[in-house]
Ligand binder design. Structure first.
Ligand SMILES: Cc1cc2nc3c(=O)[nH]c(=O)nc-3n(C[C@H](O)[C@H](O)[C@H](O)COP(=O)(O)OP(=O)(O)OC[C@H]3O[C@@H](n4cnc5c(N)ncnc54)[C@H](O)[C@@H]3O)c2cc1C
Length: 377
């Protein structure tokens, strides 16, 4: 019951972040909003209190991102900095790593990006080849990454690699903190057709020398550590998508109540009203699934959270893409103007369908893991 009915403190958090989001609005300055959200404690709601966080979990952090997005001011880096990197550090970092990073991630004064995707691996993370070689006093990293968000505005990137003695076969992931200006760590912004504050980068790691304490956690903990970060990533991508879908839908509803070209506002025509009502239902359903995933994750059930987080991400992305499409349509020609700012969401909405794991890979996961169907690949 408790996960179905929103507790009062979550409703209050929702209202507070919504008010902050509205004050900044769609024309928001990313750095300004980030700093203010950090100062108010919203960016670190999921991080441990002893390191300056709010002591909550993904249930709270996903509310923050959803509400900022619903106000037209999404903070994409929340998906990576507090959610993936903050979680991995809080769960597997050494005391020194936690002390060095968590207070800054919690108050927003420091940001960490996350790089796993590689040009020749893509959806198949087991094929990543970024390699960490042990030296006398640390590590050397070599490899390439692609589509990594926000590397220019992040103090460091958490890079997923594999050790040189586990070069092939099932991925035994290990995670390294690579500060932005480390020699050999190169970046090139990818020319994306996305109207967003955060850029995506192709990264080259060319003999990147790191101290021993750049390794987060245990090099043998492998996928367990990685998945501790990837479930929050899926939950937060769902929040990002639901926020965007709600924002688009709200614009369309306002417009449909006012715009009149026959004798009633266009919102009275069921061909306009019903798809908007459907989108509202689908976004609500996706949010329910997202809350289930967050509740399972926060309760420490990583396995069940994995399934729910995948399903929530899938449902939220599909609902978002549909809501944005219908919202643009509802505005007629105005749907494509810069003034109304909805058309740019058409590409932005697709991000949630592709990243961090595509809709097909989620359908594969559910086919194999949930339904027990055989694999084609
Ligand atoms: C805006 C944006 C931000 C991103 N930010 C980050 C980031 O910060 N860090 C990071 O590491 N990565 C990031 N990514 C990368 C993202 O996670 C990848 O794009 C995603 O995992 C898909 O990989 P790919 O692009 O290589 O596609 P591919 O793996 O090449 O897939 C292409 C298509 O083939 C389909 N496909 C592949 N295999 C199968 C299969 N077995 N069965 C059915 N269909 C299949 C896929 O579903 C997809 O539709 C970002 C991407 C975008 C677009």
């Amino acid at each position: 019951m408790s996960t179905l009915i929103e507790p009062a403190e979550h409703t209050a958090l929702r209202a507070a972040v919504a008010a902050l989001g509205r004050r900044h609005g769609p024309g928001f300055d990313r750095a300004e909003l980030w700093a203010e959200a950090g100062k108010l404690g919203y960016l670190g709601v999921n991080l441990p209190e002893e390191y300056g966080g709010g002591g909550g979990g993904m249930a709270e952090l996903s509310i923050v991102l959803e509400e900022a997005g619903a106000a037209g001011a999404p903070l994409l880096m929340m998906v990576v900095s507090p959610a993936i990197c903050g979680t991995v550090l809080a769960r597997f970092g050494t005391d020194a790593q936690k002390a060095a990073w968590l207070p800054g991630l919690a108050d927003g004064s420091r940001t960490m990006a996350f790089g796993i995707t590689e040009p020749d691996a893509g959806s198949n993370s087991h094929r990543i080849t970024t390699t960490a070689t042990r030296t006398g006093d640390g590590w050397v990293l070599d490899g390439r990454k692609v589509f990594v968000s926000g590397v220019d505005i992040a103090d460091a990137t958490l890079i997923v690699g594999r050790t040189s003695d586990a070069r092939t076969g099932t991925l035994k992931a290990c995670l390294f903190i690579v500060p932005r200006d480390t020699p050999g760590f190169g970046r090139r912004a990818i020319d994306m057709e996305l109207d967003a504050h955060e850029k995506q980068f192709e990264l080259t790691l060319d003999g990147v020398r790191l101290p021993a304490d750049a390794l987060v956690g245990d090099e043998d903990a492998g996928l367990l550590q990685l998945f501790a970060g990837l479930n929050p990533e899926r939950i937060m991508t769902a929040a990002f998508a639901i926020g965007m879908g709600r924002y688009a839908l709200a614009q369309a509803v306002t417009y449909a109540k006012e715009r009149q070209v026959w004798k009633t506002p266009i919102g009275a025509h069921q061909a306009i009203a019903h798809p908007l009502a459907q989108s509202h239902i689908e976004l609500e359903l996706a949010r329910l699934m997202m809350r289930k995933a967050a509740a399972l994750y926060d309760a420490g059930d990583d396995l069940a959270a994995g399934e729910a987080a995948n399903m929530a991400k899938y449902a939220a992305a599909e609902a978002c893409v549909k809501a944005v499409d219908q919202s643009v349509h509802t505005l007629g020609g105005n749907g494509l103007t810069r003034e109304f700012g909805l058309a740019r969401l058409i590409t932005a909405a697709r991000v949630a369908r592709i990243a961090p794991v595509s809709r097909e890979m989620i359908l594969n996961f559910v086919s194999h893991q949930t339904l027990g169907l055989p694999k084609s690949y």
